[in-house]
Design a protein around this ligand. Structure first.
Ligand code: AMP
Ligand code: MG
Length: 292
């Protein structure tokens, strides 16, 4: 789903868990259907779940001064990151499309954001930076509602743990090493939490010896080169963790760390271009973290 693999761990083992997992995958499919690139011509079309996913996105847009921007759809399409063959866009097309990007165009907190819709160009939403997390949250709700007492839902590294393992031990969640994604940079020990990771090693192509990855800087329309290779965020829910991980990646080590530090109930582990590991103040305290 959403360009990645999803998996579910559900306890206690058995038929209830198996059937509940099927239900949880179904729920994630439904969310995936919503999260595809969407054209918004009128704000009235934004309702229900789509509005809920967008709401979390816009909250993070505001807090990150637009480093996270759910209106990048047209720009992302030019790069073709969700196609078979991503490629460098024409600079003119890029600057043209960038002119129509801007979360403020949708933000109900901005006076007048909605009224000029009538004759202004449509907005293309891309919720790829927050919808995986939302899907994980919904899958957890679905499992709990069907009698699962503990488990993990993981959508390609955006995950949520709930309840406890048999035996009551906490969950161990590995943080990938961006240079060697098969290996771990560290291990987090968690009870109930959501964890989401953004990295330049997750989706990219190379051209002329340059790596172009899928997390774009809304200021330029090009892949963010902020000094980070990976951002892992721990938050109460996975939609928030997902959006914050993408935002922190774009913001870079200083502003990204500040965003996470200042958000109540949120912690983070950032890995820089040089391989340095930066953490918020609760990592190693309220959340045990073992570097590898
Ligand atoms: P993630 O993997 O959660 O970091 O999200 C990356 C995905 O979010 C991309 O594949 C795009 O669909 C979308 N995206 C890329 N750059 C941004 C951005 N600056 N703000 C919001 N969404 C983005
Ligand atoms: Mg994200």
């Amino acid at each position: 789903m959403m360009g990645t693999l999803a998996d579910v761990v559900a306890y206690p083992e058995g038929e209830t868990a198996r059937q509940a997992s099927v239900g949880a995958f179904g729920r994630m499919d439904e969310v995936e259907g919503l999260a595809h690139r969407q054209r918004v011509d009128a704000p009235a079309s934004l309702k229900g779940e789509l509005a809920a996913i967008l709401g979390t996105g816009l909250e993070v847009s505001r807090a990150s001064s637009g480093a996270f921007d759910p209106t990048l759809g047209e720009v992302i399409a030019l790069w073709g990151f969700d196609s078979e063959k991503p490629h460098l866009p024409e600079p003119d097309d890029l600057s043209d499309a960038l002119g129509r990007v801007g979360y403020r165009r949708l933000d109900p907190a901005v006076p007048g954001s909605v009224s000029p819709f009538g004759n202004s160009p449509p907005i293309w939403l891309d919720l790829g930076g927050v919808a995986k997390g939302y899907a994980v949250d919904e899958a957890v709700e679905s499992l709990r509602g069907r009698g699962v007492s503990g488990g993990i839902v993981n959508a390609g590294g955006d995950l949520r743990t709930f309840g406890s393992k048999p035996g009551g031990k906490p969950w161990k969640i590995g943080v990938q090493d961006p240079d060697h994604p098969q290996e771990l940079a560290g291990v987090l020990t968690l009870r109930e939490a959501a964890v989401a990771t953004s990295g330049d090693y997750q989706r990219y192509f190379e051209e002329g010896g340059v790596r172009y990855h899928h997390i774009l800087d809304p200021a330029t329309g090009y892949p963010a080169r902020s000094g980070l290779r990976g951002t892992t965020v721990i938050a109460p829910d996975c939609a928030l963790a997902d959006a914050l991980a993408t935002a922190a990646f774009v913001l870079g080590p200083v502003k990204g760390l500040k965003l996470l530090e200042e958000w109540d109930g949120v912690e983070g582990v950032l890995i820089t271009d040089g391989g340095e590991i930066l953490t918020t103040s609760g990592i190693g305290k309220s959340i045990p973290f073992e570097k590898r």
